[in-house]
Design a protein around this ligand. Structure first.
Ligand SMILES: [Zn+2]
Length: 171
């Protein structure tokens, strides 16, 4: 399962990559180019543009229309539709900047690349083999966890909503 996201979904792209998903993103691609890449690389086109969504659906290319306003809501919609796990597993996580799979790196190898305080407080580090970015579960990690918890809550709401619709439909 691979994705391509439209130019409005830069933030969501970073989340999906962190969650381990292959997402192509460039805000320089126009609609025709997005469709072309989606088709050629068999990527599911994620979009907030209803017109584009309808156009892509008509062509028989896999696409998903995101209605959510917040990142949490969008992540919940995706989790419901594609059974995406809303938890980060560093062994499959991708670089939010460039989409490459990050790799574990020893503390010794990053001592000259990150601040002394970081080295003092953290033991586990990861590196992107493509862009060289170093990652660790720093202070921002709490915020990341919180967003994913909220998204999980949203997912529960979405599932309950579906359930009640079903009951209504069933009479
Ligand atoms: Zn990278």
């Amino acid at each position: 399962m691979k994705f391509i996201a439209d130019g409005m979904l830069g933030k969501l792209t970073r989340w999906l990559r962190m969650l381990g998903h292959d997402v192509k993103y460039s805000n320089e691609l126009d609609d025709a180019q997005l469709i072309m890449v989606a088709k050629k690389e068999r990527r599911i086109l994620l979009t907030r543009d209803l017109e584009l969504y309808q156009q892509v659906t008509a062509k028989g290319i896999d696409t998903f229309y995101l209605e959510g306003r917040t990142e949490e809501e969008k992540l919940a919609e995706l989790a419901k539709r594609f059974e995406i796990i809303l938890d980060i597993d560093m062994t499959t996580s991708r670089c939010p900047k460039c989409n490459a799979q990050i790799e574990s790196i020893s503390k010794e190898k990053v001592t000259d690349k990150v601040e002394k305080n970081t080295i003092a407080y953290y033991n586990k580090f990861w590196k992107c083999p493509k862009c060289g970015q170093i990652y660790w579960q720093g202070a921002h990690w709490t915020r990341i966890k919180k967003t994913l918890e909220k998204a999980t809550e949203e997912l529960k709401k979405l599932r309950n909503k579906k359930q009640s619709n079903y009951i209504q439909a069933g009479g």
